[in-house]
Each structure stands twice: as structure tokens, then as C-alpha cells.
Unconditional design. Structure first.
Length: 549
């Protein structure tokens, strides 16, 4: 191990301690840094094909968006049939099976092939984070039991050994600053939520919003804005106990958030309110079980026998607790930590406002029966283990997906085709499919977001390949998208598909002794890899015409 390389990396990372001796050195066929959905899918695919894999995870729970971040899946209209990979459908059905085995579930709900335990309307499958986590662990259990997969929780990357265009090893820290390991492999995967390996390895990447000159995108900024990044959110779980008082202590900066105004369409609206027109249309009423109460609801008590659940349970990831006061990428670790803490305070302030000042239909204020559910999110305070991240560092990729590749009106203008027959840009090197609107939340530069109409799209292999580094692959929100197209590629089933494609690519590279770029550039090798994906249940192209959803 070249200690000088780690010392050089440490000089660029002020918070990295370099006086802790290495605890151990580990070797694998594939090292995955980050245990979110992309990391889990990559591990599942690679180990199923015989690779020895090490996967790290900074929190207690693998699963990222679904678990530690406590966000039900945002999915496409065809997710129950053709809109996701076979393994992703397996994950979803395992979650449904958990609830079907509960004796308290009503027969009508048990017999519903599309059981939605929470009846939340953000997704066709709103369920508890721990149930998602347990389903993921069960899927990975055979690989863990056989020794092909090692999962290191509470583990983060701190430095990398890089030689030329290749990553030789990654140094990780487990459980604070007491244990460190050096992970060796011929291939590494960055499945972190913020693209943490990219700066550590010197991999060229992009932060924030690109300029129109860089991407040719109609809606891009005039100049690049690296600090212009989408809001993130600290979610929390709550229930409602009518007639009880579970009011939390008033947060110290509650007044700041209560009076904080956000400009939208030429008007300023209080963030802790339902004043903004789109929010007013939704509303909130836990007694009538309507509006935002049912939006991300993960347990609907009416699906269970009387008395089985004292209340519905809902997850709060709303407009009102989107934090856009500062970015998490491109700032120091201490500044990022301050933003996360401020975001937690915003979420606590939202809860306190709902309990004490939120207007009720009868003219009174507050629902004091709102109660945090720490057990739902696996923390002591009821707030999610990790913030929900919408935008990370992104690799400078062989292929960059731009809005003109996916936005319906732009594709219609470019092709001259009607709305009925126009498609997103087709890619010969497709490794999967996805669909979601270009959902852009508020940003740190004050952009109020948007919701662009996209076409069902493909995921090109070129978007998974850095322009220079040969043996590092992205498997999260860090692929070759732009600030704009990240808004439709960052969702749960797409991240899973990306990770699964990466896991199979690692296995293909190991079997053929080719590097990822060589697979991409050789038509025969690329076709063989794509056939392996299809055999594993990964759809590469949307059917035409599209079936009914």
C-alpha cells in the first residue's frame, strides 16, 4: 500500500485523520462504496454471478432512499408490469408478502394483488422503511451467508490510492475514527448519495447547474452555477392520536422558519404554511385523513382489523421541509454538517407548527395529537437516519443525458413527430429503462423548481463511464446526467436499474478480462453484455406501443 498516496489525499481533505494505523486490508472482486438502492442492486447482481463483493454503508440500514432516508418509492406508471427490472419487482413483492403474512391484515387487502399498505398516493407501494430494509437483507442473505458479500455498516470512505487512470484501493473508516480498512479490488463502484468517491479519486465530475453553452439545454443557466443544487430533506414519521398532547419542545430557531418566505411566481409564501396555491389545493387534515396526511402514508389503519393500529402512520417529506439554504456538495464537511443540522431543525419546526399553529377547518389551530414515531425510522428522535438527497456530484461521462433527450416538447421539435409516436432518444448501448417527470425542487440559488413532461427513456452505458478513470463506475445519482435531467433519473427504480447494470458489467468484465470502456467500445462485447442483462430480467427498450398502465 502506498501510504504517500493516502497522505497526499489527506492534505486535500482537512477532516481526514492520517495518524490512525490501518486496521486491516481486504481484497475482493468488486468494492461498492455506498449501500443505497444502487449499491444493493449492484451487489445482488455481482454476487449472483460469483463475484466476491465488499459493500459499505454509512448508516445502520442498507437501502438508502427507501430506508435510512425514509422516502417511499417514486415510480413510473408501468412499474407493476414492465417498468422495472425483474429483481426490483421481486423486492416489491417481498414487501407485499410481509404484510400479507400479518394476521391483522384484512382479507380484502390480503387478496389485492396490488396491495399498498399505506394507501399513500405518491406511490403504488408505500410501506415501512424497516420492511424495505428487511426485504433487501433477505435478498442479499444467500450472498452474505456464502461469504461472497461482506457488508460494512457505519462505514465511510476517507481516502483513495490512485495511480494514473486507475483506482488501486479505497480507505474506509468504520464506527467513527477508531477502525480503518483498506479495500482492494480491480473495480470500484461509487454508490454514495453524494458521489463521495469522485473527489477522493480525482474523477472528473460536475457540481450543480451547467451552463447552456456546456449542454445546449434550453432551460440551462446562462453560466455554470456549481453551488446551485436541489434542496434536500430530513424526513420524519408521525401518527395522530386524537385527544392526546404530544407537542414537542419549541425548536430554538422556530421563529426563523415560521417566518421564512419563499418566492414562487412573483409572490412570497411562508414555508411553514399551506399558503402556496399548489399546497393549498392539497391541504392537511389528520382527522379526516386527507391531503398531505395521506400523501406518503405508509400504514393505513383501515386495511387492518379494528384496533390493530391506533393510527395511520405517514412520512413527512413535503414542500414545507425542503431545505434549500445551502448545498451539501462543494463545501467543507463542517459546513455540510451544519446544513444537515439546520434541515433537521426545519423539520422539527414543521412538526411543531403542525402541532400548535397550523389552521384547522374548525377555525382553531394545531393538532397536538401528532406524535413522532422513532421506531418507524430506526432512530431515537423520530427523524430519518440520513437526509433525502436529490442531487449529487455527477461524473463527466462518455455520454451525458440532456433535456433534449427526454423532454417531450423538445423531442417533438427535433424529430417532427407527433406526441403520440415520439420517443426519447434511443441508445444502442442501453442498459435499462426508466420514466419520471423532470421533477426539480427548489434550489440553493433560489430556483423554484419545475415539473417537465418527459418521455419513457433509456439508460445508456456511456452515462455510466467516466471520461478518463477506467475502473470506477457510478451507481446512484452520480451518473452522466445534467442538473436538469438528474430530476428524472434520480428515482428509486432507476437507481436500482443503474446499480444492477453495474453489477452485471463487473461480472462481465471479470469473465472476459475487459475493462468497462472496452466493453462499451467493442460492439460484440457490448451486445454480449446486453444479452446478459436481458437474461437477468433487465429490459433495455420500452415496447411500442406502450401498454396501458
Amino acid at each position: 500500500m502506498h501510504r504517500r498516496t493516502f497522505l497526499a489525499a489527506a492534505a486535500a481533505v482537512p477532516w481526514l485523520r492520517i495518524d490512525v494505523p490501518f486496521a486491516d486490508e481486504r481484497h475482493a472482486d468488486l468494492v461498492i462504496i455506498g449501500g443505497g438502492l444502487g449499491g444493493c442492486a449492484a451487489a445482488l447482481a455481482a454476487t449472483a454471478r460469483g463475484l466476491r463483493v465488499i459493500m459499505t454503508e454509512p448508516t445502520s440500514w442498507i437501502g438508502g432512499q427507501l430506508t435510512a432516508q425514509a422516502v417511499p418509492p417514486d415510480e413510473n406508471a408501468w412499474i407493476e408490469t414492465i417498468g422495472g427490472t425483474a429483481s426490483y419487482r421481486d423486492l416489491r413483492e417481498r414487501v407485499r408478502a410481509h404484510y400479507r403474512h400479518l394476521p391483522t391484515l384484512r382479507a380484502a387487502a390480503r387478496d389485492n394483488p396490488r396491495l399498498n399498505p399505506g394507501n399513500g398516493w405518491v406511490s403504488r407501494l408505500c410501506a415501512e422503511p424497516l420492511v424495505w430494509h428487511d426485504a433487501l437483507r433477505a435478498m442479499l442473505a444467500p450472498a452474505i451467508g456464502s461469504g461472497r458479500l461482506t457488508v460494512l455498516v457505519h462505514t465511510v470512505p476517507v481516502a483513495a490510492d490512485v495511480q494514473g487512470d486507475r483506482v488501486r484501493a479505497v480507505r474506509v473508516r468504520t464506527g467513527g475514527a477508531t477502525r480503518e480498512s483498506v479495500l482492494h479490488a480491480p473495480l470500484f463502484v461509487d454508490a454514495t448519495e453524494l458521489g463521495d468517491l469522485l473527489p477522493l479519486t480525482g474523477t472528473e465530475h460536475v457540481l450543480g447547474a451547467e451552463s447552456r453553452r456546456d449542454t445546449g439545454e434550453t432551460h440551462a443557466a446562462d453560466e455554470a452555477q456549481p453551488d446551485n443544487q436541489q434542496a434536500f430533506t430530513v424526513a420524519f414519521a408521525m401518527e395522530y392520536r386524537a385527544g392526546e398532547d404530544h407537542t414537542i419542545d419549541r425548536p430554538t430557531d422556530y421563529a426563523r422558519w415560521r417566518d421564512h418566505a419563499i418566492p414562487v411566481g412573483g409572490h412570497a409564501y411562508r414555508q411553514l404554511s399551506f399558503d402556496e396555491p399548489a399546497n393549498a389545493k392539497i391541504g392537511f387534515d389528520p382527522e379526516r385523513r386527507s391531503g398531505y396526511w395521506s400523501y406518503r402514508r405508509i400504514l393505513d389503519r383501515t386495511l387492518f382489523t379494528p384496533g390493530a393500529l391506533p393510527s395511520d402512520v405517514t412520512l413527512v417529506n413535503w414542500w414545507q421541509n425542503d431545505y434549500a439554504e445551502g448545498p451539501l456538495c462543494g463545501v467543507s464537511a463542517s459546513e455540510a454538517a451544519q446544513h444537515v443540522q439546520a434541515a433537521r431543525s426545519l423539520s422539527a419546526s414543521l412538526l411543531y407548527w403542525l402541532q400548535t399553529e397550523a389552521p384547522r377547518p374548525d377555525g382553531s389551530s394545531g393538532w397536538r395529537g401528532l406524535r413522532l414515531r422513532p421506531d418507524i425510522v430506526g432512530t431515537a428522535d423520530g427523524f430519518a437516519m440520513a437526509p433525502y438527497i436529490r442531487e449529487s456530484r455527477r461524473i463527466r461521462a462518455v455520454t451525458t443525458i440532456r433535456e433534449q433527450d427526454v423532454l417531450r416538447p423538445l423531442r417533438m421539435a427535433a424529430t417532427g413527430l407527433s406526441a403520440e409516436v415520439v420517443t426519447a432518444t434511443p441508445f444502442d448501448d442501453s442498459v435499462g429503462i426508466g420514466h419520471y417527470a423532470m421533477d426539480l425542487h427548489r434550489t440553493t440559488r433560489g430556483d423554484t423548481g419545475g415539473y417537465g413532461d418527459t418521455l419513457p427513456f433509456e439508460i445508456p452505458l456511456g452515462a455510466l463511464l467516466p471520461v478518463r478513470v477506467r475502473n470506477l463506475l457510478p451507481a446512484c445519482k452520480n451518473i452522466g446526467t445534467t442538473h436538469l435531467t438528474n430530476g428524472c433519473f434520480r428515482l428509486h427504480p432507476i437507481e436500482w436499474n443503474i446499480g444492477e447494470a453495474v453489477g452485471h458489467l463487473a461480472a462481465h468484465c471479470a469473465a472476459t478480462r475487459r475493462e468497462p470502456h472496452a466493453v462499451h467500445s467493442n460492439p460484440a462485447s457490448r451486445l454480449a453484455y446486453q444479452r446478459e442483462l436481458e437474461a437477468a430480467g433487465v429490459r433495455l427498450h420500452w415496447p411500442r406501443p406502450l401498454p396501458a398502465s
